[in-house]
Design a protein around this ligand. Structure first.
Ligand code: ADP
Ligand code: MG
Length: 315
């Protein structure tokens, strides 16, 4: 074995999963997750996110293609691959009759972590469960269980942490504290892959985002680029007096009257300068009192990309 770091934390090519019964959950997916990033896999329900995660976790057997974790093939080097990954599954399957401390110790045992290298207390503290260390898991709230699952996934210090819908059903405050912990792990060098159908979560947390729909990756870019790609803006202006009729030339530009003294327009910044839209309004002798522009966000691009099943693959 060499000590060379792999170029990608996770490398997937041509990955196919066809479930018994014929459902094609993954259709030749290619995906490379750079070391050190927080990567978001975003997609609507049924898109194939959990299938992909579960193949990485060794819980689902792929039909074709290749998946590597930290350079280890999930089938040919399954033990090495599993040692390199910590997975928080979508379903919370905690044994209700163990305490958080016992669960972490058990997990450490399963992964062969020697006593002196265990860090149960440290992990419990990191996820805010110190005072619940010896309470039965069944008495923990949903958010606490989720955090305990994260601690459990990190017991063997894997370089890659995978979270499948980590904040589904978790309230806003806990969501933020989970995000903080994920950020902290990432700062300490852990590569994070998370799936979500909350756009806000991906936008807030992830360096890169891939969008999956019907088992196909339809976009894969830095969060910044993805947001920049959205060529859609809205502008609303307030006039100093009511307007009886909207002049034709303004209507042709796309302006609409949304209230007696208010006009709005949707435009493509790459095609039209906001200045020319405003100039046209003033040329009609109208006085602009106020102006509001609305940025579109990931939600819009997500809808664009997932609305139609025949959407062409991003190149
Ligand atoms: P996501 O996590 O994005 O919601 P999944 O990976 O769970 O999507 O599911 C992808 C598709 O595969 C869905 O159509 C789902 O119904 C189907 N599927 C998932 N698990 C199984 C299974 N064990 N057997 C048959 N079909 C499945
Ligand atoms: Mg899922």
């Amino acid at each position: 074995m060499t000590n060379d770091l792999p170029s990608y934390a996770v490398e997937i090519s041509g990955l196919i999963k066809t479930y018994r019964g014929g459902k094609q959950a993954l259709k030749a997916v290619d995906l490379q997750i750079p070391r050190g990033c927080i990567f978001g896999l975003l997609g609507p329900n049924g898109a194939g996110k959990s299938t992909l995660i579960n193949i990485l976790a060794g819980l689902v057997v792929k039909t074709g293609g290749m998946a590597k974790i930290w350079g280890h093939d999930v089938v040919e080097s399954s033990r090495m691959a599993r040692a390199a990954i910590g997975v928080v599954p979508q379903e919370l399957n905690l044994d209700a009759f163990f305490t958080p401390r016992e669960l972490l110790e058990l997990q450490a045992g399963l992964y062969g972590v020697p006593q002196r290298e265990r860090r149960t207390d440290e992990l419990l503290a990191a996820v805010g469960l110190t005072d619940k260390a010896d309470a039965y898991a069944r008495t923990l709230s949903g958010g606490m269980r989720r955090r305990l699952m994260v601690a459990k996934a990190m017991v063997h210090k894997p370089p890659v942490l995978v979270l499948d819908e980590p904040t589904a059903g978790v309230d806003v405050e806990l969501r933020k504290s989970l995000w903080d912990y994920v950020r902290k792990l990432n700062k300490d060098g852990v590569t994070v892959l998370l799936t979500t159908h909350y756009l806000e979560e991906a936008q807030e947390l992830c360096d890169r985002i891939a969008i999956i729909n019907h088992g196909e990756i339809v976009a894969n870019d830095t969060t910044e680029n993805l947001l920049r790609r959205i060529d859609n803006k809205k502008m609303t202006i307030t006039l100093d007096n009511d307007l009886a009729v909207l002049p034709d030339n303004l209507r042709q530009q796309g302006w609409e009257q949304c209230a007696p003294h208010r006009l709005c327009v949707a435009y493509r910044p790459s095609q039209v300068a906001a200045g020319s839209l405003l100039r046209a309004v003033q040329m009609n002798g109208l006085t602009i009192l106020d102006l509001v522009t609305e940025e579109t966000d990931l939600e819009d691009i997500f809808l664009q990309l997932t609305r139609r099943s025949d959407f062409p693959k991003a190149s």
